[in-house]
Ligand binder design. Structure first.
Ligand code: FAD
Ligand code: MLT
Ligand code: ZN
Length: 507
């Protein structure tokens, strides 16, 4: 399970300021008068504040003010943890009237600085809204409070023979509301598609406190504009998601995985074509790690390393997962594929290690899922989550490394590694630059260089993590002026006072 130790860095404090990001002057900080109002509507355990008379120690506020990477740090004096949608509504209504900025916060595992304040906005944590409301075992439709942790929902539906349609390395901490707010992709998107498809309904508290009840459990509903879609991926800028209705697929009867070592990156695309064709309906993940990512995962004890002889000469690795209905059938398909790959005149792979039992299955996934944790143990990560053609994955990593080299920054006290991994099956590369510390010099070398690279490949500056505070200035590399103009109009309609997650997504 993911450990969420918060890391501090002196430079983290400047991540907003260095980019000129600050809370709008039109917004107010929470005062003692506001706190007295919140205390009158919430249980004492739902209020954390450095203001009198609550006077919580600052270390109680710290985990809500600092992001997972230790890169972005806010200055909220108050965190509220309501237990019901009515409480959320009352808080938001008050904040709207008093022009107090609100940051909705789920598990705080976001990787773009969206989940923490940019100034002294109020943090509204959904952690206390964590009940399953209903589950229909025939239709597979789950309705749950937004604060339910993804792993808890996975565990809830498992004995009922269903799986959540999404899975990610942060599952032990991230919340379903946060997943929907970021439109998280993750490791199962290849099989089950995006949350824009699986989410059937939402309950949302709008920025004036109105409760929007779109918590439908219908598969089909063509009654005009599909409003819920606006909140999926809005990163808390249009309202607070308080409950989610989501379609959960039937649990596969058999799953397996294999880690493949490839001699050249050039083999990835032909391998993907072959794997898709030969495994067809049982293929459920096709994930990529370059050699540096693999070595870092092993170095930091993520998953189980392959034997030295198996990884010798491997330039990169691919993890293939199968999920199907009949074990014998699926195993036969996977074994046939491996035989074919290894016996080819010019094999696309050096070797492949297939899981033989659940613990090996987890170990193989650990190598891939553990890369994020491994990089964060190694240093400070500049994380670029881009969509580019798969054929260019290696070029993007190499070009970034060469560029940093040309600036004299590839050295142990500056940039230690440039790493590539990700959801190859979805065309999503995680290009990470692992540095000794966050510095302005490295930031300046990386941007706009990486965004221009993405633009050259007609890609997206955010495949799945979102824009948050980190990429507001880069939105235009992937969205044209007309689109950004419409987004601003939509924001203005929902949130005319700009209280909802200020400084995120839109500048
Ligand atoms: P938070 O981090 O708390 O918030 C994220 C954003 O959503 C913020 O803008 C916040 O304001 C908003 N928000 C949160 N809850 C609500 C709500 N109820 N209503 C409205 N807005 C809300 N992401 C992927 O897409 N794919 C991955 O594979 C993946 N793997 C990860 C692995 C690790 C180890 C880590 C640390 C992160 C990973 N992430 C991944 C990023 C992150 O986990 C996801 O973005 C996740 O969906 C965030 O959920 P959260 O509950 O932690 O939200
Ligand atoms: C992943 O795919 O591992 C996640 O999106 C997290 C990351 O980018 O590090
Ligand atoms: Zn990812």
């Amino acid at each position: 399970m993911l450990s969420l130790a918060l890391r501090t860095s002196r430079t983290a404090l400047n991540a907003y300021r260095s980019r000129g990001i600050h809370a709008p002057a039109s917004l107010n900080a929470v005062t003692e008068t506001d706190l007295a109002h919140f205390a009158s509507i919430l249980a004492p355990s739902s209020v954390i504040s450095s203001l009198a008379p609550v006077n919580s120690p600052t270390d109680e506020l710290d985990p809500f003010n600092q992001d997972w990477m230790g890169r972005f740090k806010g200055n909220a004096n108050t965190v509220l943890k309501p237990k019901t949608v009515q409480e959320v509504s009352q808080i938001v209504k008050w904040c709207n009237e008093r022009r107090i900025g609100i940051v909705p916060q789920g598990g705080n595992t976001g990787l773009v600085g969206g989940s923490v304040p940019i100034g002294n906005e109020l943090v509204l944590s959904l952690a206390n809204m964590n009940k399953v409301r209903s589950f229909d075992p025939v239709a597979g439709i789950l309705v749950a409070d937004a604060g339910c942790i993804l792993q808890a929902l996975t565990d809830y539906v498992a004995p009922l023979d269903h799986v959540m349609p999404l899975d990610l390395g942060a599952k032990g901490s991230c919340q379903i509301g946060g997943n929907v707010a970021t439109n998280a992709g993750g490791l199962r998107l290849l099989r089950y598609g995006s949350l824009h498809g699986s989410v059937l309904g939402l309950e949302v508290v709008l920025p004036d406190g109105t409760i929007l009840d779109q918590l439908t459990t219908l598969r089909k509903d063509n009654t005009g504009y599909d409003l819920k879609q606006l909140f999926i991926g809005a990163e808390g800028t249009l309202g607070i998601i308080t409950a989610v209705s989501i379609l959960t697929p039937p649990a596969p009867q058999a799953t397996s995985n294999v880690i493949l070592a490839l001699p050249h990156f050039d083999n990835v695309l032909p391998l993907f074509q072959t794997v898709k064709r030969d495994l067809s309906e049982i293929l459920s993940a096709f994930e990529f790690l370059d050699r540096t990512a693999y070595d870092l995962a092993v170095k930091h004890g993520q998953g189980k390393a392959l034997d030295e002889s198996e990884v010798e000469g491997a330039q990169c690795f691919v993890l293939v997962e199968t999920s199907g209905g009949r074990r014998e059938h699926d195993e036969e398909k996977l074994n046939d594929l491996l035989e074919k790959l290894l016996e080819a005149d010019e094999p696309l792979i050096n070797t492949g290690v297939v899981s033989q039992n659940p613990s090996q299955f987890e170990s193989i996934w650990g190598l891939r899922e553990g890369v994020t944790e491994a990089i964060s143990k190694e240093g400070k990560a500049y994380k670029y989550d881009i969509s580019v053609p798969v054929a260019t994955f290696k070029d993007c990593v190499d070009a970034t490394r060469d560029h940093l080299e040309s600036k004299g920054l590839m050295r142990p006290d500056a940039v230690k590694y440039v790493v590539g991994y990700g959801h190859c099956g979805d065309g999503n590369l995680h290009l990470n630059v692992c540095a000794a510390a966050y510095t302005q010099e490295i930031a300046d070398a990386l941007e706009p260089f990486i965004y221009e690279l993405v633009q050259k490949h007609r890609g997206s500056v955010s495949a799945e993590h979102g824009i948050g505070a980190m990429k507001t200035h880069a939105l235009h590399y992937s969205k044209d002026a007309v689109s950004i103009g419409l987004m601003k109009q939509i924001k203005g309609i929902f949130d005319p006072n700009g209280i909802m997650n200020p400084g995120k997504v839109l500048e």
